[in-house]
Write a protein that binds this ligand. Structure first.
Ligand code: FAD
Length: 334
């Protein structure tokens, strides 16, 4: 068992919101540690869309997921926080002096005065196809996330799903693929109106259809059978690549037992990003409150709010400063 010194704040989860919170925590002069369970930082962005172009972050008209993560990592290093990858935090103990001991599933111990949870949906994995034998194509042309876009060049790509991710991938692949077909079990697609309109005009959309069978050799799907969910009619489609975007299932693991108030799998917070446990704050996809915006840009506000609340928890006299980075000593002469 390893245990290092006492930190002012420990941020759990190294996605975009955790990384930006680590930067902001440094601005507020708190001794900061960031712990990520995976081998890499960047959360869902690194995992599910490193090559997608993100266009809804203020001041950055277009940036790939991978580039955004690189910039966030660079910014997070500004105040030299301790950053640890490969530890899944699971246990929590509150000591008599009000500080916390956090334990990883491997038995590492972290001592901290406050906690900010930026764990997204926990350890996440895509919801997989419920079709017998589908796993054998996962090493071939069945994809639950999209890595390199190049492999879709000149191909007929079938996307199954109707949410943001499916719509985004259809639009992203349209200029690259030979043809993009999207099937969805409902008639309505969920996504930015403009993106849905563009997809509906440029891709082939088939609704309400669902995948019924996959046909192929070794690990390569050659065609699929799809079923019309109202008439029961079936059709076969020849395809080169299949992308399945049926959502993500998250597992919070031991954090479920901390006594945090939850709603639909999210931590309930107030407008100061406080959970029901004093000293524990949360931000990003992990939280719920009225009008929550489940986007990176929403988390980029919640992170600093959580940091300011942690600072106030430690030093009640410290004002919740609307601190301008330009006024910070670190940047005055920069
Ligand atoms: C396909 C797709 C496309 C998207 N496109 C956009 C877009 O264009 N624009 C936009 O704004 N948003 C987009 N989003 C949403 C965006 O990805 C999320 O809003 C954002 O990633 C939330 O960041 P986060 O840091 O709160 O959580 P996450 O990115 O989920 O990161 C949470 C991190 O916490 C870690 N973690 C979890 N549990 C533990 C634990 N117990 N111990 C240690 N670490 C833990 C996880 O491993 C993960 O790295 C998209 C999402 C998807 C799936």
């Amino acid at each position: 068992m390893k245990k290092d010194g006492l930190y002012d704040v420990t941020i759990i989860g190294g996605g975009p919101v955790g990384l930006f919170s680590a930067f902001y925590s440094g601005m507020r002069e708190m001794k900061t540690k960031l712990i990520e369970s995976g081998p890499e930082l960047g959360g869902k962005v690194s995992m599910f869309f490193p090559e997608k172009t993100i266009r809804d972050i203020g001041g950055i008209p277009a940036i790939t997921g991978a580039d955004l993560v690189e910039r966030l990592k660079e910014q997070a290093q500004t105040f030299a926080p301790t950053i640890i990858c490969g530890q899944r935090i699971s246990g929590l103990e509150r000591l008599e002096d009000g500080t916390f001991l956090l334990t990883s599933t491997q038995g590492d111990i972290h001592h901290t005065r406050t906690i900010i949870l930026t764990v997204g949906h926990g350890i996440f994995e895509p919801i997989k196809l419920d079709i017998e034998g589908a796993e054998r194509y996962e090493s071939g042309n069945l994809h639950y996330s999209v890595g390199e876009l190049d492999k879709f060049k000149g191909k007929h790509v079938l996307i199954s799903g109707g949410g943001n991710a499916a719509v985004d991938w259809a639009n992203e692949l349209l200029p690259i693929a030979k043809k993009v077909t999207v099937i969805h079990r409902r008639d309505e697609f969920r996504g930015h109106e403009q993106h849905v309109t563009h997809m509906s005009e440029a891709a082939v959309t088939l609704t309400p259809y669902a995948l019924k069978a996959l046909h192929g050799e070794s690990d390569h799907i050659q065609k699929v059978t799809i079923e019309h969910l109202e008439t029961g009619e079936t059709r076969e489609l020849e395809i080169d690549e299949l992308i399945v975007n049926h959502g993500i299932r998250g597992d919070l693991g031991g954090i479920n037992d901390w006594g945090l108030e939850m709603k639909d799998g999210h931590f309930v917070v107030n407008n100061a990003m406080e959970t029901n446990i004093p000293g524990i704050f949360a931000a990003g996809d992990a939280v719920t409150y009225p009008n929550k915006l489940k986007l990176i840009t929403g988390g980029f506000t919640e992170g600093p709010v959580a940091v300011n609340s942690a600072k106030k928890h430690l030093q009640p006299e410290s004002p919740l400063a609307d601190l301008y980075s330009t006024h910070h000593d670190k940047f005055v002469d920069a």
